[in-house]
Design a protein around this ligand. Structure first.
Ligand code: ZN
Ligand code: ZN
Length: 647
């Protein structure tokens, strides 16, 4: 007998091998009917899976986030069944659940069209309405092979060969009606547990078998499946919204940046408006760092092989570096990181314990190799600027410094309007050689944890997920669509201080090794701006808007007055422009609206007379006539408070 503990604290004693479903049936028939899948000791299981040892059991029903994977995986089987009904010669590849959906790969003679996808979806709905029971089967390896051979599923046989080494004697299959598939599950109990109005097949694309370009190209049908129609619609809305907010599209429309075929993939050119945005961020960043006790430094873009050899980058980071260039017979590399040069600055003189902590920061542009296939707008590039700093401190300062830098990074990110975060603490790796002694790791990890606890925001621990040279905190921001983006990293380093033999003279008059922390708050400035563009859909808060106010003269005779207003605005530190084109007023308003300029100021005879403007917002709100000085006051207050609203 084995002991299965349930969430209410009770314990059931059952024979080993009893299925989860029969335990659930003994709890209640209604729960058994509604069961989608289960967690056994935290691991997702099919309800037909046998219980083999003592453990905890939680039944999952609809409404719980973990059930989506089971729903989607089942939808992928239903799709495969539909494809086999319509194209009996189709061979099956793999069909997993993925983030927000599922796919299945098929080897098919004809390429699938939109029309085919419609037919497949219609057939899926038939299968769902047939409410076929989904059965779990275990077969010995040889019978499994015979079955797959009789079905002529050569790709599955290849998978079986890999599986049988791992799984031993038996292989699981799931069967619904005439369809059977090699699979571990979990699956729903019947096809009818899927909501047929919550499934869609958005697209089909080519995919190499096992991602190997030497193997056959299969057709991958992407699908999405949700619990309810409303969930599907919400997902589709998010997709549309994400497409509208795509920073590559907005980057072009708002004239922020471009990437050129002739210049090279992943290399970004900032246009005047994008550069204005970037400069606004940088100016704020410099100002905050001056206030925050940092010293600003600047370092070269290339460095001798000797430097990258001392730092270890040539040994451990070569894949991320570009080929060397020859200068007077010596190899130079373009820098993938800023740290080594900042350390050289530290080492130009001796340091007393009284000078620490030393916080050195720079907007350092680095170049790292990324495969061309993964490059994506501003999010994945080959050249980018890191808001990079290194904190060098004594052991007794570690706690205070970490608290300080963590608070600093939250303040920075919140200034840009982010309110939700995902925070991770990564600790010492279990495998491989970690540098630094146990006590250092413990002190550093404790300091990171204490800072996190202090602030009280929830965080996750990536146990053993740290780099070999030190533990770290990562902070991701969540955007309006709930997607998260990597921004801040606070990373201890027990490696570089040794490699560069960094020291300070302690109170005992002897040389000691300082602690060093790498930190970036915004991370890659390129990615951060890409994220801001998508978060705001290009409609930035006033302080970040490349153009904050656009003056629109109604007729030619108002152009001089329009310039007078714009000059007054500029003198007050507001980025204002005049639309002098011969467009009609409504067209000018539309242009400003499309450029997402927060304030539009229409000027005609009446406004000129009264030293006023007719104020319109990009939200299409009309505030009527206002005195120029009052408008300046309003805009200034929005800039200074970094407000999200316009009024
Ligand atoms: Zn499956
Ligand atoms: Zn660094």
């Amino acid at each position: 007998m084995i002991r299965i503990s349930l969430p209410d604290g009770s314990v059931k004693e059952v024979e080993a091998g009893t299925t989860i479903l029969s335990v659930v049936e003994s709890i209640g028939p209604r729960l058994a009917k509604a069961a989608v899948c289960a967690l056994v000791d935290g691991e997702l299981k099919d309800v037909r899976d046998p219980l083999i040892q003592d453990g905890s059991l939680t039944v999952l029903t609809k409404g719980e986030p973990q059930v989506l994977e089971t729903i989607r995986h089942t939808a992928s089987h239903v799709m495969a069944q539909a494809v086999k009904r319509l194209f009996p010669n189709a061979k099956l590849g793999i069909g997993p659940a993925i983030d927000e959906g599922f796919y299945y790969d098929f080897d098919l003679a004809d390429s699938l069209t939109e029309d085919d996808l419609d037919k497949i979806l219609a057939e899926m709905k038939t299968i769902i309405s047939q409410d076929l029971p989904i059965l779990r089967k275990e077969l010995p390896v040889n019978e499994a092979r015979e079955l797959l051979q009789s079905l002529d599923e050569n790709y599955k046989i290849e998978l079986l060969d890999d599986l049988s080494e791992i799984e031993g004697e038996t292989i699981t299959f799931f069967e619904q009606g005439e369809f059977i598939d090699l699979c571990r599950g979990p699956h729903l109990q019947t096809t009818g547990m899927l909501a047929s109005d919550a499934v869609k097949l958005p697209s089909v694309a080519g995919a190499y078998w096992r991602g190997d370009e030497k193997r056959p190209m299969l057709q991958r049908i992407y699908g999405t499946a949700w619990e309810t129609k409303a969930d599907l619609e919400a997902y589709e809305w998010r997709q549309e919204e994400a497409a509208k907010r795509d920073h590559r599209r907005l980057g072009k429309e708002l004239e922020l940046f471009s990437i050129h075929e002739e210049g090279g993939a992943g290399l970004v050119c900032w246009h005047p408006k994008g550069a204005r945005l970037k400069r606004t961020i940088e100016e704020f960043w410099y100002q905050q760092h001056d206030l925050g006790g940092y010293e600003i430094v600047a370092t070269p873009h290339i460095g001798k092989a000797q430097l990258w050899s001392i730092s270890g980058h040539l040994d451990f980071y070569r894949d991320g570096m570009y080929s060397p260039m020859d200068i007077d017979g010596v190899d130079y590399y373009i820098k993938p990181m800023n740290c080594p040069y900042q350390i050289l600055i530290y080492k130009t003189k001796g340091h007393s314990y009284r000078e620490l902590p030393l916080r050195m920061a720079e907007m350092g542009t680095v170049y790292r190799y990324e495969r061309s296939g993964v490059l994506h707008g501003l999010m994945r590039v080959r050249g980018f600027t890191i808001d990079d700093a290194h904190i060098i401190c004594r052991p007794d300062q570690v706690d205070a410094e970490i608290r300080r830098v963590y608070a600093f990074s939250m303040t920075m990110l919140m200034a840009f309007g982010f309110e939700e975060f995902e925070i991770y603490l990564s600790t010492r790796p279990y495998e491989g050689k970690a540098v630094g002694d146990e006590a250092q790791w413990e002190q550093a990890t404790d300091a990171l944890r204490a800072a996190l606890e202090d602030r009280g925001l929830p965080y996750k621990v990536d146990d053993g997920g740290g780099a070999f040279y030190g533990p770290k905190i990562d902070i991701k921001v969540k955007d309006t669509l709930g997607r998260s983006w990597q921004c801040s990293t606070i990373q201890f380093d027990f490696n570089l201080p040794n490699r560069f033999d960094m020291t300070y003279i302690a109170e005992d008059g002897k040389e000691h090794r300082p602690f060093m922390v790498h930190r970036a708050l915004l991370g890659s400035l390129e990615r951060f701006i890409g994220c801001l563009i998508e978060h705001y859909g290009g409609a930035f808060p006033v302080w970040l808007s490349p153009i904050q106010a656009n003056v629109i003269p109604i007729a030619d005779r108002h152009v001089d007055y329009a310039h007078e207003v714009a000059e007054k605005m500029k003198a007050a530190g507001i980025r204002a422009t005049v639309n002098e084109t011969s467009e009609r007023m409504n067209a000018k308003i539309r242009t400003a609206q499309l450029q997402k300029i927060p304030y539009m100021m229409v000027v005609g005879d009446r406004e000129q007379e009264a030293d006023a403007v007719a104020l319109r917002l990009r939200t299409e709100q009309d505030l009527g006539d206002m005195k120029v000085d009052d408008v300046i006051g309003l805009i200034r207050s929005k800039i200074e408070s970094k407000a999200q609203d316009l009024t």
